[in-house]
Design a protein around this ligand. Structure first.
Ligand code: PMT
Length: 406
């Protein structure tokens, strides 16, 4: 891989914070520093004390011409060094990252300079794990990686081969060129939404019948949260107006929790005026009960109210706000359909006055709650057929088109 081909003038102003942890592969971090510097990136190093058993801070100090952080209180001029490091980073790359450090970051444990910085930073986190195959495949490590990935952390997969301990399997630190290229890619991509505000509605709305019963739907929030993570990685300031979900937002995304469609409209209205791109991925209940009882409706005494629940139409959040759209704003809506997906999606482009509609199939185990999605992107003069892919990847494609329309 030719790293120099990736050199971009926009990278010159970028700072990568390189985290180094205690692993035999730590010596390769010095080559990672050189690779990034060749592309014009400023590199600062934060390392654990265990990493110091494998490579000295002096090496990194000499290569980067920057102070190297190894202990929480080793910068006398900067009493809260982890916070200043966290703020300086455009991207936090941890390579190599041990199972232990990954577990600490996943669980929010901050007991050294590297993990406190990881907890404090809002910069995108890119992790290149390296460890013994047994540790890599241990369910605890697998679970921790999944938890981090769900929060928007990106991984550079470990390679297979001979490991330092003599075992053969997955766990070798990825090749230095691959790590450098992935880091540059992440930095480049980070730039294109810098300075932009993106608001996203996500998840279901919940409409109360009484304190224990409700009308809702199967949206998990995965699509909306994938969009939020992708927009954040690309440098945007991101706000999600989210119905109740169990997925977590990437670190750095502002989440405004809401319950009903009326709450969601109010919250969305508060940030729509400032948004450059507004994306409506929520599955909003079209109807709500005319009245929500304050006490549980008893079958014996309120049988009739339970048998026939009178409904009233909810506000259409997308249509309401799209009608208030100003020049320079892009509105992206979704269309969730069980039949005639494309035809119905086209109708929604016009009826909702959106700039782009993402039409997708839902129901019978498709769309809702899945990690992957197949969609058609419908614009005024163009339809793009996007094959099934992880929602994270689809999110980037949607953002590419939204950006084009901006
Ligand atoms: O959350 P996941 O489990 O990942 O599933 C993803 C998804 C299937 C929910 C998502 O991909 C999706 O399709 N979201 C839109 C769901 C929906 O309500 O579609 P709709 O065709 O009913 O509505 C059309 C558009 O109007 C949508 O952008 C919707 O957010 C918006 N709308 C609808 C009704 C309403 N009262 N207010 C709205 O803003």
């Amino acid at each position: 891989m030719n790293v120099s081909a990736n050199i971009s003038t926009s990278l010159a102003a970028k700072t990568v914070l390189l985290g180094v942890t205690g692993c035999v592969a730590a010596y390769k971090s010095a080559e990672i520093v050189r690779g990034l510097q060749k592309a014009g990136v400023r590199v600062k190093v934060v390392m654990t004390e265990h990493a110091g058993e494998f490579i000295g801070a002096t090496t990194f100090r000499a290569l980067t011409r920057e102070p190297v952080a190894m202990r929480l209180f080793d910068e006398p001029g900067d009493a809260i060094h982890h916070i200043s490091l966290a703020k300086e980073a455009d991207l936090f790359l941890i390579a190599p990252c041990t199972a232990n450090v990954m577990a600490k970051i996943a669980w929010g444990i901050a007991d050294d300079i590297l993990t406190t910085t990881a907890l404090a930073t809002t910069a995108p986190l890119l992790i290149a794990p390296a460890m013994n195959v047994g540790m890599y495949e241990n369910p605890a490590t697998v679970e921790n990686m999944k938890m981090l990935a769900d929060r928007g952390v990106q991984f550079i997969e470990a390679d297979e081969g001979y490991l330092a301990c003599g075992d053969v399997g997955k766990g070798r630190l990825a090749e230095v060129d691959v790590i450098v290229a992935r880091t540059l890619e992440a930095l480049e991509v980070t730039c294109d939404l810098a300075g932009k505000r993106v608001m996203i509605t996500a998840g279901p709305t919940v409409e109360a019948i009484d304190p224990v019963r409700c009308i809702t739907n199967h949206s998990s929030g995965k699509m909306g949260y994938a969009l939020a993570g992708a927009a954040l990685r690309r440098g945007a300031q991101v706000t999600i107006l989210s119905g109740p979900v169990s997925v977590s937002a990437a670190q750095g995304v502002t989440v405004v929790p809401v319950t009903s469609a009326s709450d969601m409209l109010e919250a969305a209205r508060a940030c729509f005026g400032e948004a450059d791109i507004a994306i409506f991925a929520a599955a909003v209940c079209d109807m709500r009960p005319v009245a929500s009882a304050t006490s549980k409706l008893k079958k014996e005494t309120a049988g009739e109210s339970l048998r026939t629940i009178e409904l009233v139409e909810n506000p259409d959040i997308l249509a309401t706000l799209a009608a208030e759209k100003q020049k320079g704003q892009v509105v992206v809506g979704f269309a969730a359909e069980t039949d005639e997906v494309l035809a119905n999606g086209k109708k929604k482009l016009a009826s909702k006055k959106a700039d782009l509609i993402v039409a997708n199939h839902v129901g019978n185990g498709i769309g809702f709650g899945q990690d992957a999605n197949k969609a058609w992107l419908i614009k005024a003069n163009e339809v793009i057929d996007v094959p099934e892919m992880p929602k994270d990847d689809l999110a980037d494609i949607i953002l590419n088109h939204a950006l084009e329309l901006l």
